[in-house]
Design a protein. Structure first.
Length: 189
């Protein structure tokens, strides 16, 4: 009971500042695939890595604690060539003040990514984790501009196997990693 009282008392003395953010994010992700097939008497196999590049909307909400720690939840969605990717991330950033208006930050993120392949009518999802760095500039007291870079690794893969008579397709797809750059505005209240 004492620790609950102490924790609630320390939370009341913390300087909390909530924010909502929106911006654009450019992602470059690598999708690795291997395929074995036999269709109408012709068989073969191939493998390779395809780059998925797109720009999407980034939305986030969070709280800044004591002007040096930032915790946020973000949502991003990308679409290209009948493939949709949606990521929801929780992030922590350590803010490094350079002066009254300018801060650098470094942090880590963890969440989930779901990829829908509409042309093949299947999806895959899994764990996403990585790190980010960036800069924040206060335009006004309640509006800030943010520019950042992130690197993410994925535990997102799926194997499919389809057969009809002598014809078959065995495929394995894996979302490996991505780099991204984002820019946007945060509204503090």
């Amino acid at each position: 009971m004492t620790s609950l009282v102490l924790a609630s008392t320390s939370m009341m003395t913390m300087d909390l500042q909530y924010f909502l953010g929106a911006g654009a994010e450019r992602v470059d992700a690598d999708v690795k695939g291997t395929f074995d097939y036999s269709i109408d008497g012709e068989s073969g196999s191939f493998s390779g890595t395809e780059s998925f590049k797109d720009t999407g909307l980034l939305l986030k909400a969070g709280v800044i604690l004591d002007k040096t720690h930032r915790v946020s939840l973000s949502h991003r969605k990308f679409s290209k060539d009948e493939t949709d990717a949606t990521t929801i991330l929780g992030s922590y950033d350590y803010l490094i003040p350079m002066n009254e208006q300018f801060r650098l930050y470094a942090g880590a993120h963890l969440g989930n990514t779901k990829v829908d392949f509409n042309y093949m009518d299947f999806d895959m999802s899994g764990l996403t984790y990585g790190a980010q760095v960036g800069a924040i500039y206060d335009i006004t007291k309640n509006v800030e501009f943010e520019l950042g870079f992130a690197y993410s690794k994925y535990n997102v893969d799926k194997s499919i196997s389809v057969s009809e008579g002598a014809d078959f397709l065995d495929a394995n797809l894996e979302l490996e990693d991505s780099t991204s750059m984002f820019a946007g505005l945060n509204f503090k209240f």
